[in-house]
Design a protein around this ligand. Structure first.
Ligand SMILES: [Zn+2]
Length: 334
């Protein structure tokens, strides 16, 4: 069977090689028939305060102007972009279209901690009078200070090799069977802390019937994003012995994680709240850390310390935060 296939493969490769020298000629003839050179664009944005509290709404208002005619550009798509380790990253949901006067209002990236350099990028646009090239504003910056003092050292944080794409929303599903009454609020509060530390966008995608790390089809994981469930060692053998929760990745395509799960032992009597050893909040933060790609650490002050889970301050600490940043928006889009 390999013999007849081989010539067609070779022929395809040859065809590609032949097509490449022909490309400039093709592009040239197409250009003569198309519209004139696109006009460069100018994107102006308002000056914003250099520091803003977490989730404080700070408008970034501006105008898109045709730099050749000096007229406003209506109906062009503009998006907020954040400087990351791999170029400009576009968080989900941060795009609007300019009004009749070329104006737009976006929000500064105050949804996570740290100093964020951002800009507004305008897409290429075919208008009534002219074609406009893609362009971007000058860069601005905003610092979102931490409202608490994280413990430990940044070097304590560890990650594995996979992560969710920070530029796509991460759907979250909850299995409420056997879950406490406040399960939704608990998961939401853990996600709020993780978003503040990462810049990741979580979207609630409803209930589901899976139990992560069980013998169910697909390992009880949701089709995408993170699934949360409460169960016992009868369904999830990994919950036997001293283990009171499991969290981690299920599926990944190359480095891109597609689904993760968190399962909590509902037969264990957790301390209520977020602080101290074996608190339900502390366990959720720990397992959510695993679900996002974090690994255990030796520093007892970190949420990712594997014993008596639950940091005294009920939140992620310096090592956790450093690791969370590496799987967050500052790492760039995948
Ligand atoms: Zn763990």
């Amino acid at each position: 069977m390999s013999r007849p296939l081989r010539p067609s493969y070779v022929a395809l490769a040859l065809a590609c090689l032949l097509a490449i020298p022909g490309l400039p000629g093709l592009a040239g003839s197409a250009a003569t028939a198309a519209a004139p050179t696109p006009h460069p664009v100018s994107v102006g944005v308002s000056v914003i305060p250099g520091t803003a509290a977490l989730n404080r709404r700070v408008p970034v208002a501006g105008t898109v102007v045709d730099a050749t005619t000096h007229g406003p550009v209506a109906g062009v798509r503009v998006a907020l972009e954040i400087r990351s380790a791999h170029g400009w990253a576009r968080p989900p949901g941060a795009a609007v279209v300019t009004d009749d006067h070329g104006r737009f209002t976006l929000n500064a990236p105050t949804f996570y901690y740290g100093r964020h350099v951002f800009r507004v990028a305008a897409a290429a646009h075919v208008g009534v009078d002219a074609t406009i090239a893609a362009g971007a504003s000058a860069a601005g910056a905003v610092t979102v200070p931490m409202p608490y003092r994280p413990a430990g050292r940044a070097s304590a944080g560890r990650t594995d090799s996979t992560q969710f794409d920070p530029c796509e929303p991460i759907p979250v599903r909850i299995n409420y069977a056997g879950a406490p009454r406040n399960a939704h609020a608990l998961v939401a509060a853990a996600l709020t802390r993780a978003r503040a530390a990462t810049g990741l966008t979580f979207t609630y995608a409803g209930r589901y019937s899976g139990v992560p790390f069980s013998r169910q089809r697909n390992g009880g994981l949701p089709p995408s994003g993170i699934g949360f469930a409460w169960s016992t060692s009868r369904t999830v053998s990994g919950l036997a012995g001293p283990t009171i929760g499991l969290g981690g990745g299920g599926w990944a395509i190359n480095d891109r994680r597609t689904s993760s799960g968190v399962v909590i032992d509902r037969s264990f009597h957790f301390r209520q709240g977020w602080t101290g050893p074996n608190s339900i909040g502390g366990l959720l933060l720990h397992e959510l850390g695993h679900a996002l790609g974090l690994e255990h650490v030796k520093d007892r002050s970190q949420q990712m310390y594997p014993l008596d889970i639950g940091a005294p301050n009920g939140n992620y600490n310096r090592g956790d935060l450093a690791a969370l940043r590496r799987v967050g928006l500052d790492a760039g889009c995948l």
